[in-house]
Design a protein around this ligand. Structure first.
Ligand code: NAP
Length: 490
């Protein structure tokens, strides 16, 4: 079994306290790797090392930084299948989704590399003669990155690549359930020529290692994706040092199915949106709001199709639903299924833990007779559980969609163009899909949510570098005399 160390100051080193933790395959419960658990002192060294590297890296012209990213993207492409298999083994998602996860990392790496020749500022006329006004993007400094387990390479790449092209140096902590893909990503960037100390990797427990990143005063910004609870803690803690924070948190994403929808299309969308990645997506469709006129038939046909989903080890190409990530998550999902029943919802399909399989498997669960105020309709479950909620018309469907604290993704199935555009306007969410499920973002568009899903930043797309740069405004006066703005303007 392989042991993995921390990557600090360009060297793979053991943690200073000698502590380790184990990494398991959630489908078989086999031990697959042992990792070093960083101490507070290790995090301090990682931040010091990133700080030392900052001057040289931020002074390297961005198109030159981009060359390293282009090389990294090509290595990712060459290693795509191997990385996807490693991901399925470590995280459990089925192979075709793991390939998609790696592809997302490839796409964002090329996209961020392209930014090396943009990093656009603006120029604008001055109110005074012989004066020039412009803005330039500057890196922030040392940035801390903390990522979850559900997209083991895509989310790290979404943060690392825009942060690097912008000229920052990094301290990166991946989720303890899926550190291996992050380790491979660091190796790939090193092989691509990333200079020593620009990227430092510390693995280990969230509150200890992640907490030390958030509290370190050399780290000027933290980019975090994970749960609302952790995000709130980070925001509060970072406020003490006026640290810049970007948060991508949970979701309770609705699919609205109107009475004029293409029912087969909507059912396929719900199956993919609710049960893809075993429901472990921040954009998973955990509420399906259906027009009351079509609800009985929709429910019957959805049950029939859910029954056909194959559950098992994601390395088997015929499997649709892999395991959930760990036992804590499995028990949390099982507990929510009990809560749903206690609240009076009807479990009409699935929901049982699958015992003969060694891993963390649970049947996709479908609840009917769910009311919007129930906990299963309000709280993020992060598993293969979805709730059918009845709505009498479009306005009620929108009201139900907006009745939760989150606002990440959303969807409507309808042939009515007016309702489609109204949904874009009215649903409180960062993303709205028309006639497609709540999952499936593309890397060249901004990604993020409203309300408790985040604090307003957007990752990916043209906004990707905003998270990792400061805008500086420059005024260049070549008149050779003192000119006073607002006063000498005639
Ligand atoms: P989590 O428990 O909040 O963990 C996320 C990361 O934070 C992990 O690396 C974790 O380390 C670390 N962490 C835990 N406690 C910390 C602390 N006190 N200080 C600093 N770091 C800490 O979330 P998760 O269960 O891994 O991920 C699932 C959540 O992520 C869901 O709510 C999901 O909706 C959300 N998510 C959101 C998006 C989005 O873009 N909006 C995308 C994907 C997932 P350990 O792994 O060592 O605990």
């Amino acid at each position: 079994m392989q042991e993995y160390k921390l990557f600090i100051d360009g060297e793979w080193i053991e943690s200073s306290n000698g502590e380790t933790f184990d990494d398991f395959n959630p489908a078989t419960l086999e031990l697959i790797a042992r990792l070093h658990k960083a101490s507070e002192d290790d995090v301090r060294r990682a931040a010091d090392s990133a700080e030392d590297a900052f001057d040289a890296w931020s002074s390297t012209p961005a198109p030159r930084r981009a060359k390293i990213l282009f090389r990294a993207a090509r290595i990712l492409e060459e290693r795509k299948e191997e990385l996807a298999r490693l991901m399925t083994t470590e995280m459990g998602k089925v192979l075709k989704e793991a390939r998609g996860d790696v592809q997302e990392a490839i796409d964002i790496t090329y996209y961020a590399a392209g930014e090396g020749r943009r990093l656009l500022g603006e120029t604008t006329p001055s109110e005074l003669p012989d004066k020039f006004c412009l803005t330039v993007r500057r890196p922030i400094g040392v940035v801390g990155l903390i990522t979850p387990w559900n997209f083991p390479i895509a989310i790290p790449a979404w943060k690392i690549m825009p942060a690097l092209i912008s000229g920052n140096t990094l301290v990166f902590k991946p989720a303890s359930d899926t550190p291996l893909l992050s380790i491979e990503l660091v190796k790939i960037l090193t092989d691509a020529g990333l200079p020593r100390s620009v990227l430092n990797l510390v693995t280990g427990e969230g509150s200890a290692v992640g907490g030390a990143i958030v509290k370190n005063r050399k780290i000027r910004a933290v980019s975090f994706t994970g749960s609302l609870e952790t995000g709130k803690w980070i925001l509060g803690e970072a406020a003490r040092d006026m640290k810049r924070v970007s948060l991508e948190l949970g979701g309770k994403n609705p699919i609205i199915v109107m009475d004029d929808a293409d029912m087969d299309l909507a059912i396929d969308g719900v199956l993919w949106g609710a049960f893809g990645t075993t429901g472990q997506r921040c954009t998973a469709a955990s509420r399906v709001i259906v027009h009351e006129k079509i609800l009985p038939l929709f429910q019957k046909r959805l049950i029939e199709k859910t029954e056909l989903l194959n559950i098992g080890n994601g390395l088997d190409e015929n499997v649709d639903i892999g395991p959930v990530i760990n036992n804590t998550q499995l028990q949390k999902i099982a507990r929510y299924i009990e809560i749903g029943k206690e609240e009076g919802a009807k479990l009409v399909q699935g929901g049982k833990i699958i015992k003969p399989l060694p891993g963390y498997f649970i049947e996709p669960a479908l609840f009917s007779d769910v009311t919007p105020d129930m906990r299963i309709a309000q709280e993020e479950i992060f598993g293969p559980v979805t709730s059918l909620i009845s709505a009498c018309d479009f306005d009620e469907a929108i009201k139900i969609a907006n009745s939760v604290e989150y606002g990440l993704s959303s969807s409507i199935y309808t042939k009515n163009i007016t309702n489609a555009f109204r949904a874009i306007e009215k649903i409180e969410a960062g993303i709205t899909y028309i006639n497609a499920p709540t999952i499936g973002s593309e890397i060249h568009l901004p990604f993020g949510g409203v309300k408790s899903t985040g604090n307003g930043t957007r990752e990916a797309g043209t906004t990707a570098v905003e998270e990792f740069t400061e805008l500086k405004t420059a005024y260049f006066d070549y008149s050779g005399k003192l000119q006073k703005a607002q006063i000498d303007t005639g």
